[in-house]
Design a protein around this ligand. Structure first.
Ligand SMILES: Nc1nc2c(c(=O)[nH]1)N[C@@H](CN(C=O)c1ccc(C(=O)N[C@@H](CCC(=O)O)C(=O)O)cc1)CN2
Ligand SMILES: NCC(=O)N[C@@H]1O[C@H](COP(=O)([O-])[O-])[C@@H](O)[C@H]1O
Length: 214
């Protein structure tokens, strides 16, 4: 059964666009029914509208507490019949209340090979540490930041002379492949959360790991 999903953004929304495009294909097991942003100036909102997707803005700055902000977001999600949440450049730390309410039904894409480089400025830190392989991860969201069960990962080489920008650009290409792949696996049941870990059904053919093209 197709699941009604919302994408939560705070900015340009390129991962949101990849999810919208993937979900528009026949047989994809999720519909992107709503794009919600905490910022009215998020460029992704216009891209969502252009794609004919419903949008909503819940500005965190209009609420006295994180809980009030999240209750307002939750009301909009319920109003739209949302069953699943994809965070895509959504830049607010969510409280335990919201995370528990959407436990097992909320995923995020993070620009590193978790558990390496949790938090922000991942590409700068990867260059500073001199890693030779970097990448991105799609994971379930849990209260601890960037610590949820991993669904899928994609790796890219770090090339001599790379800058934060060149590395980010190389990884973003993989993010746009990985996120729809992960959402499909979760919604069609080929990857599911069991006892705090992601288990994959069918023959293990590396479904959780997208290898970047040579
Ligand atoms: N409880 C959780 N909340 C969120 C998770 C998570 O795993 N658990 N993932 C993040 C996404 N994220 C990195 O992937 C992230 C987002 C935001 C921040 C942050 O420090 N935000 C600041 C405000 C920054 C701003 O408004 O520009 C804050 O909330 O005070 C760190 C990491 C989404 N939420
Ligand atoms: N900690 C969360 C985080 O850093 N997420 C990252 O923000 C970018 C959003 O780009 P987009 O708006 O073009 O999808 C993406 O690179 C995503 O991995």
């Amino acid at each position: 059964m197709t699941r009604r999903a919302a994408v939560l953004i705070s900015g340009r929304g390129s991962n949101m666009v990849s999810l919208i495009e993937a979900a528009s294909a026949s047989g994809f097991p999720a519909d992107i029914a709503l794009v919600l942003s905490n910022r009215s100036d998020a460029a992704g909102l216009q891209r969502a509208r252009a794609a004919g997707i419903a949008t909503a803005i819940v500005d965190h700055r209009s609420h006295p507490t994180r809980e009030s902000f999240e209750q307002a977001m939750d009301a909009v999600l319920v109003e739209h019949g949302i069953e699943f949440i994809c965070l895509a450049g959504f830049m607010r730390v969510l409280t335990d209340w919201f995370v528990e309410r959407w436990a097992g039904r909320m995923i995020n894409i993070h620009p590193s090979l978790l558990p390496l480089f949790r938090g922000t400025h991942t590409h700068r830190r990867a260059l500073e540490e001199g890693v030779l392989i970097h990448g991105c991860t799609v994971h379930f969201v849990v209260p601890e930041l960037d610590a949820g069960p991993i669904i899928a990962q994609a790796a890219v080489p770090v090339i001599p002379g790379d800058t934060e920008e060149s590395l980010a650009a190389r990884i973003l290409v993989q993010e746009h492949r990985l996120y729809p792949h992960a959402l499909r696996m979760i919604c069609d049941g080929s990857a599911r959360l069991e006892n705090g870990r992601v288990v994959f059904s069918g023959d293990w053919s590396g479904e959780g790991a997208l290898r970047s093209p040579a």
